[in-house]
Design a protein around this ligand. Structure first.
Ligand SMILES: [Zn+2]
Ligand SMILES: [Zn+2]
Length: 123
């Protein structure tokens, strides 16, 4: 079981604890959800290349986030799918916590950046 906290303001970004999902069960199908709500897989177990450091992949309904204020980051074919920059920020502060895959080219998921989150509360 895992929890994600913003490493700047200590806000917990998931509601329920997130548990590991068997990466052989993921759905590598365009526009399908990569994995169920409440689960995570390690990004290195999935055949997707990121231009930024991404450690965990989760369902977009497993975590709370806001879109980055820099709208130029939100490009993709028909939805946000920028894998070269972080596009999601903490729901409480402006700390960059991850990116989202939401267009027709890849499965849909949220990627969590190890630089923006902590697995333990900071205080
Ligand atoms: Zn498209
Ligand atoms: Zn925060």
């Amino acid at each position: 079981m895992m929890d994600f906290y913003c490493n700047k303001c200590n806000t917990k970004i998931n509601e329920d604890p997130i548990e590991e999902f068997d990466s052989s069960q993921i759905k590598m199908k365009s526009e399908a959800q990569l994995l169920p709500v409440g689960k995570f897989v390690y990004a290195h177990d999935v055949q997707i290349n990121f231009g930024v450091e991404i450690k965990y992949l989760v369902h977009q309904h497993s975590v709370r986030f806001r879109y980055h204020e820099d709208s130029s980051r939100h490009h993709g074919c028909c939805g946000p799918s920028n894998f070269e920059q972080l596009t999601l920020i903490c729901p409480n502060c402006k700390n960059e916590i991850g990116l989202i895959s939401g267009d027709c080219l890849f499965p849909h998921f949220v990627g969590i950046s190890p630089k923006g989150i902590s697995l333990k509360p900071l205080w």
